[in-house]
Design a protein around this ligand. Structure first.
Ligand code: HSE
Length: 354
């Protein structure tokens, strides 16, 4: 199998290294900026890759929405199967890209875009064959979990821990996407669409961890609680609601005990019950491994037939719970509580987790 790779950052390099070690794959091209083309297989013109009939898969390991979004569409229109780890680009054009792939009879796979190496997308597809998936939630960002874990365990400072996460390659180029919850926003939207088999909106409440201090963590701990940044998604029939928010959890829950940059995903299933998937949600080799699995299992599942057939309606009134803000607790929907909290620290305890 001959492959073209777009992007040679932390994930791209790890993908190249794994593919180069295999005998059944050949990484024929790497798309790079002209001044960075230091290997014979590096090219700066995407058309060289797309016009080569030997290339059956284009791997996208670029970091931002643009030009990844345009390049993915170009690759699909050129008849190439695509694997992407780029959640920002995928979430930005999810319906358009998935529809374009179906129309052009190619596969697009995106395991690495949502939870690094964790097979949450693969399992959401498989579980949705035999179950109605009624909720998805979890810790979906390694950087923020690394920060919260370190603040809780070592009393570390927010900025210092963020710098460490950046050095370790977990954080986005612009870490405000991590801290502000926008990285999780992309992931929960991609996972929900896949699990519910219908396209979802990207317009829903998002609240990050900027306002969480060591004192806040300490005061929740005294009440046997912990705060973690969670992606939340709930479905009732054809209605659904999404959110990203710091969530108050019992100290005994699995989520409260997820350390460092690890992620955990839960899929609530009508027959299977709660299925939890845990692992490395970020980092070069773990993420690259998911990319390579997608390459190797290309064409083996849903993406070659109509899949997103459910017509879902966004209904924020179903995502209810208790809000913690201004030193008080109040019940309501996530969106109305967040509006009321304004610019102050906010945390949420969703009813569907109790
Ligand atoms: N910045 C992301 C994280 C990388 O910290 O989880 C993986 O998507």
């Amino acid at each position: 199998m001959k492959i073209g790779l777009m992007g040679y950052g932390i994930v791209g390099r790890s993908v190249a290294s794994i593919l180069d070690e295999r005998k059944d794959t050949e990484l024929k091209y790497i798309l790079e900026l002209p001044e960075k083309c230091v290997q014979e297989r590096m090219v700066s013109d995407l058309d060289i890759i797309l016009n080569d009939e030997e290339i059956s898969v284009v791997v996208d390991a670029l970091p931002a929405i643009h030009p990844s979004y345009e390049f993915i569409k170009k690759a699909i229109l050129a008849g190439k199967n695509v694997v992407t780890s780029n959640k920002a680009a995928l979430s930005y054009g999810f319906e358009e890209i998935l529809t374009l792939a179906a129309e052009n009879h190619v596969c697009i796979k995106y395991e690495a875009s949502c939870g690094g190496t964790i097979p949450d997308i693969t399992e959401a597809v498989r579980l949705s064959e035999t179950n109605e998936i009624t909720a998805c939630y979890g810790i979906m960002n390694g950087t923020t979990n690394f920060i919260l874990d370190s603040m809780e365990k070592n009393g570390s400072d927010f900025d210092e821990t963020l710098r460490e996460a950046q050095k370790l390659g977990y954080a986005e180029a612009d870490p405000t996407a991590d801290i502000g919850g926008f990285d999780v926003k992309n992931k929960i939207a991609i996972l929900s669409a896949t699990a519910y088999r219908g396209f979802v909106t990207t317009d829903f409440p998002v609240c990050g961890i900027e306002k969480i201090t060591k004192d806040i963590i300490e005061s929740f701990k005294k009440k046997n609680r912990m705060v973690k940044l969670l992606g939340l998604s709930l479905r009732k029939g054809e209605r659904y609601a999404l959110g990203v928010v710091p969530v108050v959890l019992p100290l005994t829950s699995l989520e409260a005990n997820v350390p460092k940059n690890f992620n955990i995903f839960t899929l609530k299933c009508s027959n299977a019950g709660d299925v939890k998937l845990y692992g490395q949600g970020a980092g070069g080799y773990p993420t690259a491994d998911a990319v390579v699995r997608d390459v190797l299992f290309m064409g083996s599942d849903i993406y070659s037939r109509p899949y997103f057939l459910n017509q879902l309606t966004y209904d924020e009134s179903i995502l209810t719970g208790t809000g913690y803000f201004n030193g008080n607790t109040k019940r309501g929907t996530l969106s109305e509580l967040l509006k009321e909290a304004g610019d102050t620290f906010f945390a949420f305890e969703p009813d569907f987790l109790n």
